[in-house]
Design a protein around this ligand. Structure first.
Ligand SMILES: Nc1nc2c(c(=O)[nH]1)N[C@H]1C(S)=C(S)[C@@H](COP(=O)(O)O)O[C@H]1N2
Ligand SMILES: [Mo]
Length: 359
């Protein structure tokens, strides 16, 4: 075969299938980290199948299974209940996947599958109490209206959640003060603070209380830490700590390498964890040889990312910047990724190359 023409790569790089997923499911542009609340159009997206077409007039949320009083609720019924609004950070469990080597073939996220919106709705806890789960209830099964085939299995998107965690979940019908956009779950979705994104079931239509563990695809097969030999391991639950930086300077179009002038600059970013409040963010400007503690902004809320900042007097030359978050439970971001077969929970630090003029 002829050599690949200059500027092209044969036999490497992402596949067209991954590219199609990446174009459907976009990430947060890193400069959008400057917004404490992510504008809806900049929030990352992950949709396994197609966005379903849902008629809000005939929509019902059914609550059934092992309960004394099954319920069927319209959107108006849900809106008449006590309302809460909260900034909540989401991150896809596959964030960081495309940085693993070898790369698990799936949605090829780099580091930016994250966003924080103001989610509003009503808590699931009081509704579940009214439905009165049986004493043997252990999980709630969450069934959505989008359907497709994954791993050869025809399915509606469905996840389960331990019933002990369900009370804190929000049945959200608003994002950033408006109705849910179609791509974010219109007319109703679940939001489970602190968990990786897959638990935030969009287009939610049925909640089934279970006395046995759910064995559906997205819990039993998907979203587990797989060993290299394909053995499914622990299920994916809460987010590990991660921090990201607003890249300073301006990017080179293709490489995104940053170019900037020498002198004082404030590096800023955001950090989050689903396992405890962020306690510390350290920043390196020399590729990890030394770290300095960033100043943390006041918290936005208990389940939202926390802003951080650090003054840097940028000297001429090439530098590698990175930030590392630690949460109150003592979990810290690793400098290098931990590999797993499906590419979940890679919270290794992000490295940003910067070229400061004047060398
Ligand atoms: N019904 C349904 N809910 C879903 C999904 C889906 O494909 N279908 N994707 C999940 C995944 S993997 C993630 S990361 C989040 C993404 O939420 P967002 O697109 O609103 O950011 O939604 C979750 N809820
Ligand atoms: Mo996800």
């Amino acid at each position: 075969m002829d050599p690949a023409p200059a500027g092209t790569v044969a036999g490497e790089g992402i596949t067209h299938e991954e590219l199609r997923l990446a174009a459907r499911n976009h990430a947060l542009p890193l400069e959008a980290l400057r917004h404490p609340i992510t504008p809806a159009g900049l929030h990352y997206l992950l949709i396994h199948f197609d966005i379903p077409d849902v008629d809000p007039g005939s929509f019902r949320l059914e609550i059934g299974g092992a309960v004394a009083r099954p319920m069927s609720l319209s959107l108006d019924d849900l809106r008449s209940r006590e309302r809460v609004t909260e900034p909540i950070t989401f991150e896809c469990a596959g964030n960081g996947r495309a940085l693993l080597d070898p790369r698990p073939i799936s949605q090829p996220w780099l580091t930016e599958a994250v966003g924080t919106a103001q989610w509003a709705g009503t808590h699931l806890g009081p509704l579940l109490d009214e439905a009165e789960p049986s004493r043997d209830a252990i999980e709630v099964q969450l069934t959505a209206l989008d359907r497709g085939v994954e791993g050869g299995v025809p399915q509606a998107y469905e996840r389960s959640l331990p019933i002990a965690e369900a009370g804190a979940a929000l049945l959200a019908d608003e994002m950033n003060g408006g109705p849910l956009p179609p791509q974010h779950g219109f007319p109703l979705r679940l939001v489970v603070p602190g968990w990786y994104g897959m638990t935030n079931v969009k287009w939610l239509t049925r909640i089934t209380v279970l006395e046995e563990p759910f064995t559906g695809y997205q819990n039993a097969v998907g979203y587990r830490m797989y060993a290299p030999d394909g053995t499914p391991g622990e299920p994916i639950t809460r987010m590990l700590p991660r921090s990201l930086m607003v890249p300073p300077g301006v990017p080179e179009f293709m490489t995104r390498e940053r170019q900037m002038e020498p002198g004082p600059v404030t590096l800023t970013g955001r950090a989050w964890s689903g396992r405890g409040p962020i306690e510390r963010v350290e920043v390196t400007t020399d590729g990890g040889d030394t770290f300095a503690d960033a100043t943390l902004d006041p918290p936005l809320g208990p389940h939202a990312w926390r802003g951080w900042r650090l003054a840097w007097d940028a000297p001429p030359g090439e530098h590698e910047l990175a930030s590392r978050a630690t949460d109150a439970a003592g979990n810290a971001q690793p400098l290098d990724p931990a590999w797993n077969l499906k590419g979940y929970s890679n919270n290794a630090v992000e490295r940003i190359r910067v070229v400061v003029a004047g060398a």
